[in-house]
Write a protein that binds this ligand. Structure first.
Ligand code: CTP
Length: 394
């Protein structure tokens, strides 16, 4: 979303200003062109020089350095981020006071705006600040944070600038086409785990990266997203309804609990097909040999296929080798609309990597092969195909 986009990054006078260097760097990594504008106070916290080095572009801070900078810098921008934004700047924006370059640019800019406030919690609680945030919110400005925690002054409370990753995520979302608005997408991710005893379990290999990428992409595109995940070290995307589960039976229960409002279900989870017939209540002592009796778990996707109604149902087939027949059989037998086949033996398509190579098969037998792509790109392709199917179902 950020590739080739012009981002105007406003930095104001807060301790969190040092984090703006990282914001600029990450935006550039994503392919954005970043123009930094700093207030005079921001220049007391960090030097413009470091941002010039990071962005490779002159940093503007003085209104009178260039007679037209207050008009021209905002003209080409696709997104205006103010991070960190102080109470003073927020209040000025809300009142339309233009007494420095940044607040002038605010008046001349006409696109989407993200503000990441950073201030002492007592300032943030001040009714005047609250009122101006509400006013700006009403006029379409998006606020990210502030977060709670320990503040630079040593106090605890609400007022910290949110993490840089959250700002980048919000920037991606702000620039995405909202073609999934009104959709309610249920995504499963990660493995399910089945305990043998209180310390041992059986499970499937899965980092959850593909499912989390689908949830993130759907959210960016305007969908309401419920993410039901087995154990994963990943941070759920801010804004999804997140449900954490362990066992297949828990995942099944949560999926059916949330099915009613779903317009599409995407089962990216690596669901454990078996669980121990008995789970020991205390830790089992090791022996030279141990026989483990397993029982079949429910096939959640197959059950969904029986009750899917008008929903789009998407499954995954992780196969060792590009086994089209097996994937097509799963598509038919589980009554799916689409199946996403990935050959786990291919380089770049296995577990715990950020890329995938997939083939999408639909009910009509159309087969589309995709090259090695980032999981977030694969997620968007899946969502594009889902939208097509939705359109055909109408
Ligand atoms: N799935 C499920 N419940 C299960 C097993 C799998 O909902 N108990 C879902 C997965 O989330 C995936 C799809 O079914 O979307 C395919 O899973 P996969 O394990 O590849 O296929 P299986 O049908 O379990 O068949 P097999 O393991 O024999 O390949």
């Amino acid at each position: 979303m950020l590739k080739d986009q012009n981002v105007l990054l406003g930095i104001t006078g807060s301790i969190a200003a040092y984090k703006s260097v990282d914001i600029a760097r990450r935006l550039i990594e994503k392919g954005a062109h970043v123009q930094v504008v700093m207030t005079e106070a921001a220049c007391r916290f960090i030097t413009p020089y470091i941002l010039e080095a990071v962005t490779g572009t002159p940093v503007y801070s003085n209104l009178f350095d260039d007679p037209f900078s207050h008009i021209n810098l905002s003209k080409e921008a696709h997104l205006f981020i103010i991070a960190p934004a102080t109470a003073n700047t927020i209040n000025k924006f809300s009142c339309g006071i233009a007494d420095n370059l940044l607040s002038n640019l605010w008046l001349t800019y006409e696109g989407p705006v993200l503000i990441a406030p950073a201030m002492n919690s007592r300032m943030y609680r001040n009714p005047v600040v609250k009122k101006h945030i509400r006013e700006l919110n009403k006029s379409g400005v998006q606020f990210i944070g502030p977060a709670s925690g320990s503040l630079a002054c040593g106090e605890e409370g609400e007022g910290r600038m949110v993490e840089v990753a959250e700002i980048i995520e919000a920037a991606e979302a702000a620039l995405a086409t909202k073609d999934l608005t009104g959709q309610n997408i249920l995504v499963t991710a990660g493995p399910t785990v089945e305990p043998i005893d209180p310390v041992r379990f059986i499970s499937n290999r899965s980092s959850g990266k593909m499912g989390y990428a689908i949830a993130r992409a759907a959210l960016r595109r305007g969908a309401d997203v419920t993410l039901i995940s087995g154990p994963s070290s990943l941070e759920p995307p801010a804004g999804v309804s997140f449900i954490s589960v362990e066992r297949t039976s828990e995942m099944e229960a949560e999926v059916f609990k949330h099915l009613k409002k779903a317009t599409a279900v995407i089962m990216a989870a690596a669901v454990s097909d078996y669980s121990p017939s008995e789970t020991a209540k205390v830790k089992l002592r090791k022996k030279d040999e141990m026989l483990l009796k397993l029982k079949r778990n429910a096939d959640i996707l197959r059950e969904l296929g029986k009750k899917k109604g008008n929903r789009v149902l998407i499954g995954f087939a992780a196969e060792s080798g590009k086994d089209m027949n097996s994937a097509s059989t799963k598509l038919k037998e589980k009554n799916l609309d689409l199946i996403v086949l990935n050959d786990i033996s291919c380089e770049g398509s296995g577990f715990d990597v950020d890329t995938n190579i997939v083939t999408i098969i639909d009910r009509k037998g159309n087969v589309t092969d995709y090259p090695l792509m980032k999981k977030i790109e694969v997620a968007n392709v899946i969502l594009d195909t889902m939208l097509q199917v939705k359109g055909e179902k109408k």
